[in-house]
Design a protein around this ligand. Structure first.
Ligand SMILES: Nc1ncnc2c1ncn2[C@@H]1O[C@H](COP(=O)(O)OP(=O)(O)OP(=O)(O)O)[C@@H](O)[C@H]1O
Ligand SMILES: [Mg+2]
Length: 415
């Protein structure tokens, strides 16, 4: 048997136990843990203990912060001799005290203030990506964070004077050699999402355009860590299945977990984000790129926008990551009239004209991207943004080019 303690907001709430012989994993809450200290919205402490037994792998909510991509490769090369990096349980034991959100594993949150300062300083200097890459290769175990692109998380608490603590958390993402300009294009895409009125954390671009620093939405200004769970986990889907879901799953996540009073606002935000992912030709808007954030388990809200990128800049001919409908596994097409009709059938917002929204978003996006481009000096990163703008421009719907599409409209089903 192998054990790993689970903490919520630095409180020990339970333990994971892996049966080495069978590979099955049990989770057990300690006695008398109240529901507000749930380790996941899917796992209330008040449910019968049997519900959290014999998982074939980690419970999906505990996969949210498992490293992937570049961070995982760095762990493999630094620790591959000492731990079995292919074991999620071993990986969680390694990075579990440095996760995103309020759940940690093996102990309360542990930060290294010196390392965090080093990361932020590197992100604000010329040669940002190369400096950040060296830091990541040296200390990959400090980042319990998912996603394929290179990134690190920081969390600082500054005591200004007795009694006043100011907290700041950031995710620092940076270019890798195969994705030159990804940071700049992501910065421009985030700015475009803000321009259409979506909730986007503050984002700062490195002086040499090779890195971005994004405010963490899972840390309140008073330093309180908030729960964050991605839509993959909340749909009960293992992380390997992040492309198997649909936009319908995302609306269902809101229907299942968001308080009725907040649902309309979150549905509107998700609808606009779905349209923006299309306008921006973001081919990587999979289930792990959406989620809910909460302080109170009774009032989770759609997380602010993160991870929007014009992927065809690097992946020629890239297509959408998710199907629109659960039972129509056909992804692969950008949002045509039928796509908008499918979207209208799952968004629960009868008053919205999606065609109009698509046109308005495209206009505002192109304007915002042009503003970002205007502030960039000539460099390889700028070329990536120019390419993104070409792709988005040639895909943009023309104003007034089609009939309106909304839940209230009748349309002929395609045969
Ligand atoms: N602003 C933020 N605040 C809090 N957590 C964040 C923020 N941005 C990203 N994260 C966390 O980091 C994870 C990975 O981030 P992100 O999706 O941006 O990375 P990525 O490498 O581009 O992902 P992908 O593999 O989808 O390309 C998110 O799922 C979330 O847990
Ligand atoms: Mg992502």
């Amino acid at each position: 048997m192998s054990d790993l303690d689970v903490f919520v907001s630095d409180r020990h709430v339970g333990s994971l136990r892996e049966d080495i012989a069978t590979g099955l994993i049990d989770f057990e809450y300690l006695p008398d843990i109240s529901d507000d200290l749930a380790a996941s919205l899917l796992m209330p402490p008040s449910a019968p203990a049997d519900e959290y037994r014999e998982y074939n792998g980690l419970p999906p909510p505990f996969e949210v912060s498992l490293p992937e991509g570049v961070v995982l490769e760095a762990i493999q090369s630094r620790f591959g001799k000492h731990i079995d990096v292919s074991s999620d349980f071993a990986l969680l034991r390694l990075v579990g005290r440095h996760t995103v959100g309020r759940v940690t594993f093996g102990g309360p949150l542990e930060r290294d203030a010196g390392l965090d300062q080093q990361i932020l300083a590197a992100a604000r200097t010329d040669g940002a990506a190369a400096r950040l890459s060296a830091i990541l290769r040296n200390s990959p175990q400090m980042f319990g964070i998912s996603g394929v692109m290179p990134k690190m998380s920081v969390y600082s608490r500054d005591r200004l004077r007795p009694g006043t603590v100011v907290s700041h958390g950031a995710i620092v993402k940076f270019d890798s050699p195969n994705y030159t300009g990804a940071s700049l294009v992501e910065y421009a895409c985030l700015k475009a999402c803000a321009a259409v009125g979506l909730d986007v954390p503050a984002v700062e671009l490195a002086p040499d355009l090779t890195s971005i620093v994004i405010d963490r939405f899972d840390i309140a200004t008073n330093g309180r860590r908030l729960g964050f769970e991605d839509a993959c986990a909340l749909s009960g889907i293992r992380r390997a299945g992040k492309y198997t879901g649909s936009i319908e799953h995302l609306f269902q996540m809101i229907g299942n977990f968001v308080h009725p009073d907040d649902q309309d606002a979150d549905r509107r935000a998700l609808l606009k984000l779905s349209i923006m992912n299309d306008v921006l030709r973001n081919g990587d808007a999979h289930l792990k790129n959406f989620g809910l954030v909460y302080d109170d388990v009774m009032r989770p809200r759609l997380a602010p926008v993160f991870d929007v990128l014009t992927t065809p800049v690097w992946i020629h001919g890239d297509t959408p990551a998710l199907a629109i409908l659960k039972n129509d596994r056909e992804s692969g097409r950008w949002m045509d009239t039928q796509g908008l009709q499918h979207l209208a059938s799952v968004d629960g917002l009868p008053d919205v004209d999606l065609k109009q929204m698509q046109e308005d978003c495209a206009d505002a996006t192109l304007q915002s991207l042009a503003e970002t481009l205007a502030s960039c000096p000539p460099c390889p990163q700028r070329k990536a943004l120019e390419r993104a703008i070409e792709i988005i421009e040639s895909a943009a719907p023309r104003q007034g080019s089609g009939q309106s599409v909304g839940n209230g409209q009748a349309w002929a089903p395609s045969m």
